[in-house]
Design a protein around this ligand. Sequence first.
Ligand code: ASP
Length: 313
Amino acid sequence: MTYEPDADNVIIAVHGGAGNKLIRQETTPELEKAHRDGLADALRAGERLLRGGASSVDAVEAAVRVLEDNELFNAGKGSVFTEDGGHELDASIMRGADLAAGAIAGVRNVRNPVLAARMVMEQTAHVLLCGDGAESFAERNGLRPVSQDYFWTQRRLDQLKEAKDPGAPERAEYSTVGAVAVDRDGDLAAATSTGGTTNQMRGRIGDSPIIGAGTYARNDTAAVSATGQGEVFIRGAAAGTISAMIEFGGLSLAEAAFDVVMRRLPALGGTGGVIALDRQGTFAGPHSTPGMLHGYLTMDGEIVTKVFTDEPR
Ligand code: ASP
């Protein structure tokens, strides 16, 4: 089956998670607008940099940072609660030109994890730092720590209570954030940031900080950022497999993204989605969940956002 891209001429795309939301009938116009504005603000932050000649790494960092500061999304400020009522954040970033990458995992006091992930990429010989070491590295490099209270929101607490209620229906709800971009030089970059999954065990790490699972970027294939059931995205090496299918399998970007998200990951028992972009500006955003909050911005400055489960591709 041939699978068509969602758009062409895209320079930056973002996602705010895959899952069941937003259901049109249950969503107020204000909430719809807040989600669309949140995605658009992130796209514009990246666009401004790209138009000024900045790199795709700068653009994805800026876009993800805007989403991390928006409490609607499960990253930075709006991060979900762990089973013991804490917050543990993960993020990663990758540069498609030379496969440089950086990530942090399980940090409890970093306000913008994507900034720390970039510092790991650019200022260390490592790819992934976790826990205390990642926190002190971020602080040493000028990121002022925040207390766990900074991440507290009533909405996420309600979700934790619901997740702990044995009678409540199980809902596939992911709202991790991510961005992919291509710059003037044709260089790709991808970044992903998350608070993990509601009620996750302390110390649990999902796919978002794992290069090749939640994030991947390679100039001659694709930039990919994922959202969904992290364990399955790790086991299925989701983002890296999309790249490899293009590189070795001769598939188009849209076909590879579709195959991984709609066939391979569901076969492992997991749902979710990705945003994927190639250096020609071809964009695909397949998701096996009913919806995926995402949006893209084209070379002409047109912004398209998708927030409802029933919004057409
Ligand atoms: N993939 C994330 C994780 O498992 C969750 C999400 O996409 O919201 O940590």
